[in-house]
Design a protein around this ligand. Structure first.
Ligand code: NAP
Length: 303
């Protein structure tokens, strides 16, 4: 498995992260097989959140890993989403981490992300929570998710440690970050800047973008692979997949990884064959022509 640097954290992590949002209904045996499949190819970076499966995802994962495995894997989790609100208060961050540590059966978290922007965020309060969590050894590195550049800058102003990651939805069928960059100063829909230029901001500041839901179209609407709604995209991806002798799933990851921002996509499949296919994405380097061909087949037009 190819590695990248996770922002300025100093951590060398696999290019594809293994998402655990959908593992809550799996048995302990199934989760063990899931973890083993990932580890067999060196994919030892697992993405969690306190809310996945209402805490069940962290719990089943914690049961599936043995103490001897702990130092050979990276565990990232998130906090800040509560029923009916977002909460970046000191109390919530600290108590959420304690809950995650307990469920995961570990005494440290490698990376903690703030899950979704809290309109009532007070940066100094977040920084205090982060400082204490770092000093106590409970959390080693910090990042955000679904934040725009000014939100990150506001938080970073109060922090001594660098934010290492920003987890954002991105994939073949979700490309606003790319579209607005290609359509600068145009009156068309694609040119609307919805994220404040987060892609370039992260590249300039060495913050790793972790694309979530890389296989979905819309907001959890379903997978686009073999989906009759997207005939042109599937036809194009099938042809390119045949050329490299891989599956379309692998091509979808290769497409994300071909972007020079050195992103770390987070796969969400629970199927072991598909998991291997996602992880293989780093082995295929698409040509510039193929990358743009897939972008256009997804319904995007170039100005
Ligand atoms: N930060 C955030 O706000 C945020 C939001 C959402 C997710 N996440 C993270 O991102 C991870 C990935 O999200 P996601 O689960 O929505 O990702 P995804 O990889 O886009 O979607 C996975 C889902 O698509 C299905 N699928 C069907 N055909 C597939 C194919 N050919 N290849 C791959 N998957 C296929 C999978 O089913 P099978 O299991 O049957 O393969 C699974 O239900 C999550 O686990 C979580 O860690 C973060």
């Amino acid at each position: 498995m190819y590695k990248i640097n996770l922002g300025k954290s100093g951590l060398q992590v696999p290019t594809v992260a293994v998402g655990c949002m959908r593992i809550s209904d799996m048995s302990e045996r199934e989760v063990s097989a899931f973890v083993d499949t990932a580890l067999n190819v060196g994919a030892n970076f697992f993405d969690h959140a306190d809310i996945y499966g209402g805490g069940k995802s962290e719990e089943v994962f914690g049961k599936a890993i043995t103490p001897s495995m702990r130092d050979n894997i990276f565990i990232q989790t998130k906090c800040g989403i509560r029923q009916g609100m977002f909460d970046f208060s000191y109390e919530h961050i600290v108590s959420s981490v304690d809950g995650s540590l307990k469920r995961l059966g570990t005494d440290y978290i490698d990376v903690l992300l703030l899950h979704r922007p809290d309109a009532l965020m007070e940066p100094e309060e977040v920084a205090k929570a982060f400082d204490e969590l770092k000093a106590s050894g409970k959390v080693r590195h910090f990042g955000v998710s679904n934040q725009n550049p000014y939100q990150m800058k506001l938080l970073q102003n109060s922090m001594d440690m660098p934010l290492c990651a920003n987890q954002l939805q991105f994939g073949v069928m979700h490309t606003p970050m790319i579209q607005s960059g290609i359509n600068v100063n145009m009156y068309n829909e694609a040119g609307v800047n919805r994220d404040g230029g987060v892609l370039d901001y992260c590249r300039l500041n060495n913050i790793t973008i972790q694309p979530w839901s890389p296989m979905q179209y819309g907001f959890f609407k379903g997978c686009f692979i073999d989906n009759r709604k997207f005939p042109e995209l599937n036809k194009t991806m099938s042809r390119i997949a045949e050329k490299y002798n891989v599956s379309k799933t692998t091509i979808a990851f290769a497409w994300i990884l071909r972007h020079p921002a050195k992103m770390q996509p987070v796969t969400g499949t629970t199927n072991l064959t598909r998991l291997s296919d996602c992880l293989k994405g780093a082995q295929v380097k698409l040509t510039r022509e193929e990358w743009y061909e897939i972008y256009r087949a997804a319904g995007n037009i170039l100005p």
